[in-house]
Design a protein around this ligand. Structure first.
Ligand SMILES: [Mg+2]
Length: 310
């Protein structure tokens, strides 16, 4: 069973009898809850597991920070402001107490550094690998909440920064694009947004599907991170480099859709010192494509990270 299939199954169950206070439920980067007169709160949760999201032997400082940063990246994707986090950790029962303390301190310090103080959680000992679950609570930014669903035909698709090769180390040290998202949301009418966690290809398809349209992406416009070259050495050239940028994942950049004039303005201005690249267009239709420099048009497939694929 694929990850998406399971989420769709649960989403189907949750659709019946959804509470009136639920503004955005399963299927976006975070849920949006109405909690009083005009007040809204966002909630999202994220898990990192030894052997899947980090290698055994990774320093606990890096593991704790990654767990917090990943959860906050989902708030950034909604252009929300972090309020706090709660965290649950499962250690192997025999884990050295010094390691446990270092991980606990890392969670606390990362949560303060990223302006979302740790306010609670749970610790269990078990047989399984080290795993951390961080739930982030946020508030809408001044421009409100940005969903995956609002892309319109004719919009241009933009991305911050550069993509690919994050497993070389960036996946442990990135700062979620919270400030960038708020900056963009204050200046532009963001129609739709998502963060790049699973991989650009997969996350573009999430956005296209949620918005009910197709995307056409130009391979030569996709910003390839220098880590791709470093990772692949001489072998990673041309198309291969772009495929890394499309599929490696864990970039934690933002993908967003703007009207053409606004996208061009964003590409000119960048965002807080980070480049913004226009990589494609949204149009009516259900399929998405990558157009390669030689004119080849290839259907965009989600070849990024997929959980639970049997
Ligand atoms: Mg996300």
């Amino acid at each position: 069973m694929g990850e998406l299939e399971l989420i769709e199954y649960i989403r189907g169950l949750a659709a019946e009898g959804a509470p009136a206070w639920l503004e955005v439920g399963i299927g976006d980067d975070a849920a949006v809850l109405r909690v009083g007169a005009g007040e809204r709160v966002l909630a999202t949760t994220d898990m990192v597991v030894e052997g899947t999201h980090f290698e055994s032997g990774t320093p606990p400082e890096a593991v704790g920070r990654k767990a917090v940063a990943r959860a906050l990246s989902d708030l950034a994707a909604m252009a929300a402001r972090p309020l706090c986090v709660v965290a649950a950790v499962q250690f192997r029962a025999e884990t050295d107490p010094g390691f446990c303390r270092r991980l606990g301190r890392a969670l606390w310090e990362a949560s303060r550094e990223l302006s979302a103080p740790l306010v609670g959680g749970d610790v269990v000992g078990g047989a399984g690998p080290l795993s951390l679950t961080v739930t982030a609570i946020g508030l809408p930014g001044p421009a409100g909440v940005v969903r995956r669903t609002g892309a319109r035909p004719g919009d241009l698709v933009c991305v911050t920064g550069a993509l690919g090769g994050a497993m070389r180390g960036r996946h442990l040290s990135f700062t979620p694009c919270v400030a960038e998202a708020l900056w963009l949301a204050e200046r532009f009418d963001l129609h739709a947004m998502i963060d790049v966690s699973d991989g650009l290809s997969t996350d573009l398809l999430h956005l296209a599907r949620a918005s009910g349209l197709g995307l056409t992406v130009r391979a030569d416009c996709i910003p390839v991170h220098p880590d791709v070259v470093a990772l692949g050495g001489e072998g990673a050239e041309g198309d291969e480099r772009v495929r890394h940028a499309l599929n490696d994942g864990e970039d934690y950049e933002l993908v967003f859709c703007l009207s053409e004039p606004e996208a061009k303005e964003a590409a000119r201005s960048g965002v807080l010192g980070t480049a913004v690249s226009i990589i494609g267009t949204a149009r009516r239709g259900s399929r998405s494509f990558v157009v390669w420099p030689d004119g080849r048009r290839e259907q965009l497939r989600g070849e990024g990270w997929q959980h639970l694929v049997a």
